[in-house]
Ligand binder design. Structure first.
Ligand SMILES: [Zn+2]
Length: 289
């Protein structure tokens, strides 16, 4: 009897997850805060549904500051990333590769393959391989190179291969050469926008120190804690861009007009491809048709 029940349970669940009906999600950024900026809202939404979500920073961020650096900065940034993950209920790992020196080597590719396999991932997010920052570019290349290879058992034999190639998604970027980002999936993050800002705020060394310094805005950062959080939100309004509107309307219908804050993703050609029904299963946020 129990076998019949188990069979019905598994036969009835969508063929999405590697091991259960809730997809496992893993995102790769070059630096501790990259995933947060592009997919912190999506991660918070998945975490609220009880999905397993992990952010991985491929470098330790040890070059990202105007007056600190090296091992001490890496320690600080690892702690910030951990706190950021805690704030939205996800896991956060920082790999110990040097910031500003990332290359698409076989050892780093193997690290990525191991991470995707160990997480039993159904959805993998990463930057596109065209970007202003070499670490971002090579993170894009590394994850692209890990797609498909995660299913090949003869590689990285210490971690069992996945039976199904995951869905690989790109984070948003505004670069247009060789081609512009295609907004395949736009997700409203209105319900978790405050959480996303809260998550970003955990990266104190970045959002209140390094990035404003680099952009010549350090004088603007308020000293008062609540004032500076409001200022941070002004730096990350996450508004819906005009070119995302039609993808938003396709899935949200009339409700699209009310969406204020959003994140957007492109489905890469290197992983599993999705039907419209599967998109709605993997992104269970859109109003029912
Ligand atoms: Zn970065």
């Amino acid at each position: 009897m129990i076998w019949i029940l188990l069979f019905l349970l598994f036969a009835g669940s969508p063929a999405l997850a590697q091991s259960n009906s809730q997809p496992n999600v893993i995102a790769f950024g070059a630096h501790p805060d990259d995933c947060d900026l592009r997919a912190g809202g999506l991660a918070a939404k998945y975490a609220a549904l009880g999905y397993k979500v992990k952010f991985v920073s491929v470098t330790n961020g040890d070059a990202g500051h105007q007056s600190q650096g090296g091992g001490m900065l890496a320690v600080r940034r690892r702690a910030e990333a951990k706190e950021a993950g805690r704030r939205i209920g996800i896991e956060y790992e920082v790999l110990d590769n040097h910031d500003g020196e990332l290359l698409p080597t076989i050892p780093v590719r193997e690290q990525i393959i191991r991470e995707i396999r160990a997480w039993n991932a159904d959805i993998v997010l990463a930057p596109r391989p065209n970007d202003y920052h070499p670490d971002h570019r090579y993170t894009g290349v590394l994850v692209q190179d890990a797609a498909y290879m995660v299913t090949v058992p003869n590689l990285v034999t210490d971690t069992p291969a996945l039976r199904k190639n995951p869905v690989f998604l790109y984070f948003y970027d505004s670069f247009t050469r060789p081609q512009a980002f295609r907004p395949d999936i736009v997700v409203s993050i209105d319900d978790v926008y405050a959480k996303k800002i809260d998550m970003l705020e955990a990266h104190v060394s970045q959002v209140y120190e390094w990035l404003p310094w680099h952009d010549g805005l350090l004088e603007q950062v308020p000293k008062d804690l609540s004032a500076r959080k409001k200022w941070l939100a002004t730096q990350h309004p996450e508004n819906v861009l005009p070119e995302w509107r039609s993808a938003l309307e396709k899935r949200y219908g009339d409700a699209a007009a009310r969406v204020q804050h959003a994140e957007v993703f492109e489905i890469t050609e290197y992983g599993r491809q999705l039907s419209e029904e599967e998109i709605r299963q993997l992104f269970p946020f859109f109003p029912k048709k």
